[in-house]
Write a protein that binds this ligand. Sequence first.
Ligand code: F6P
Length: 320
Amino acid sequence: NKTIGVLTSGGDSPGMNAAIRAVVRTGIAKGLHVVGIKRGYNGLITGDLLDMDLRSVSDIIHRGGTVLYTARSPEFKTEEGMQKAIKVCKEHNIAGIAVIGGDGSFRGASDLSERGIPCVGIPGTIDNDISSSDYTIGFDTSVNTAMEMVDRLRDTTESHDRCSVVEVMGRRAGWIALDTAIAVGATAVLVPEIAYDVEKELVPRIREIQKTGKKHYIIIVAEGVGHTAEIAKLVEEKTGIETRATVLGHVQRGGSPTVRDRVVASQMGYHAVELLAAGIGNRVVVMKDSKIVDYDIYEALKMVKPFDKNLYDISNTINI
Ligand code: F6P
């Protein structure tokens, strides 16, 4: 039987388990032998593999995290590490790998494909920042978590007539921030994609809104903008509104995946194995206009996903 591998790499995201499950079950349905590779590319370097059968992926569809564990592997980026990984693939007759992760993980997948091990990428990250895909597995769960957390903050913010400045995740991207802001009705949202001056724009906006009788405020800041504590301090100083800063942090990475993440993960895992079973590699499975399709990895990595300026404008218009 032809053998394929599956690994998760980079930051984990809710729904990765559903994707692993789909890869394993689709592979077995197509008569393939499937091995799980532990801790991302590190497991490929050290040969930390395990045979996956139908029952090995039972009871994981509803669990956050990744049962295969994950890592960011600096060693894999070296030619030596890469050669070790290729040796392990040859020893175990691995004829293709499904790589669940972000753009960084896809670069590794293209390097391996180039050296004769066909790899197919599946976008898994809460940040929704994979340039080639409209959607990434984990995003929906994380924004729902962020929304629930901010709903809780709203209770206490309102009781005290305060302003809450809340930092959500998104290392280089404001997608989590924007959707959360819309969902909680945040007075302002700061994202790395759009310049927004705290003193010259945010403070006057709050002052204007104050005049309409509003007494409590929620400001969402993407991690990529940062300086959350300083922003809170400045808002308090300049508006006189008592302000608190909250960083939501890694809670946004955990928890049971939503319907959307489970469904998309299942579709993408299935599609990836269809490619691998046909011996096709160097592809990335993506969502485009609500359809699951695949692109050449190199082309995919060069793509640019424009930020949703329209949704940003909607937020600033109605969250007032
Ligand atoms: O890429 C997902 C993400 O959660 C980012 O939003 C965040 O900047 C980063 O990972 C945090 O990484 P780590 O888990 O290594 O602290």
